[in-house]
Design a binder for this molecule. Structure first.
Ligand SMILES: NC(=O)c1ccc[n+]([C@@H]2O[C@H](COP(=O)([O-])OP(=O)(O)OC[C@H]3O[C@@H](n4cnc5c(N)ncnc54)[C@H](OP(=O)(O)O)[C@@H]3O)[C@@H](O)[C@H]2O)c1
Length: 260
């Protein structure tokens, strides 16, 4: 695989499954050094061991914890600097969860957890990463090295779906945060990008609690839906652009997915 991200130091949340797992593998194969995070420690370690053996270097180190908490976020960014010797210049804000149902029908007991992870956690990481990246960029003459914050939005964070409107609201939230931070930090040399996938096969559907029958019918209608690798490859494309070029927004769906 091309080594277009060879000099990059990355921090990635939500790497124990699905899209995050694929991003960790992809970044390491393209030469980056990555601190990976999720709450489950076991899958993180298994992933790191497998990837490091495959690429023949210590490309991936783990730090388990709740990515919504500021202390975890600070430890992740500190670990990148202490372990790999560089401030993180590629941060993927990926940890997140879905929730089946609308404002009328979704399980209210799960609202707070989802909003904390998807919105507050994302905002905290964007702020901490942005602060550190701006400070590093200030010591360089433009154009310096590329610096990226990549945020996972969703098609339901741009197109309203009455079927998952509580989840969609968190993704509408990160959509606006990403564009606002892009405007704020772009002039300071930091690219903030939003990637909005349609349906991707992962643990997401089970965590969200989608009704198996109706979701299964949808999957069949749209098949084949995206694989996590499709999202990972697109993120690598965004981050591998020269420092003066910014692919700000990408929506990606399986070709046959017509809604949302
Ligand atoms: N799958 C889709 O159809 C789809 C579509 C559009 C956007 N997205 C977005 O893409 C991102 C990844 O989703 P996915 O499909 O890969 O889902 P997934 O397979 O369920 O993976 C979610 C990952 O996030 C981690 N996570 C959840 N809460 C966390 C927390 N508080 N702290 C740290 N890690 C946490 C999970 O690990 P632990 O449980 O070990 O913490 C897991 O590694 C999410 O932001 C999601 O909203 C997904």
């Amino acid at each position: 695989m091309d080594q277009t991200l060879a000099d990059r130091t990355a921090v990635l949340t939500g790497a124990s499954a699905g899209i995050g797992r694929a991003i960790a593998e992809d970044l390491a194969r393209r030469g980056a050094s990555v601190v990976i995070n999720a709450r489950r420690e076991g899958p993180l370690h298994e992933l790191a061991e497998a990837v490091n053996a495959e690429v023949g270097r210590e490309a991936v180190v783990c730090l388990a914890g709740d990515a919504a908490q500021l202390t975890t976020i600070q430890r992740l960014l500190d670990r990148a600097k202490d372990h790999f010797g560089h401030q993180a210049d590629l941060v993927v804000v990926n940890a997140g969860r879905g929730l089946a149902g609308s404002v009328m029908t979704s399980d209210m007991a799960q609202w707070e957890d989802m909003v904390t992870t998807n919105l507050l956690g994302a905002a905290r990481l964007m702020r901490e990463a942005g602060t550190r990246m701006v400070a590093s960029a200030a010591n360089e003459t433009w154009p310096g090295k590329p610096r990226d914050i990549v945020v996972l939005g969703s098609t339901v964070g741009r197109h309203i779906s009455p079927f998952s409107s509580m989840y969609g609201a968190t993704k509408f939230g990160v959509n606006s945060l990403a564009e606002a931070q892009r405007r704020e930090l772009g002039p300071k040399g930091v690219r903030v990008s939003l990637i909005e996938p349609g349906i991707v096969k992962s643990e997401f559907q089970a965590v969200a609690g989608y009704d198996e029958k109706s979701f299964g019918d949808l999957m069949e209608k749209f098949s084949p839906v995206l694989e996590p690798d499709d999202v990972a490859r697109t993120i690598a494309f965004i981050c591998a652009q020269p420092a003066g070029v910014h692919v700000c927004d990408v929506m990606i769906r399986g070709t046959r997915q017509d809604y949302p």
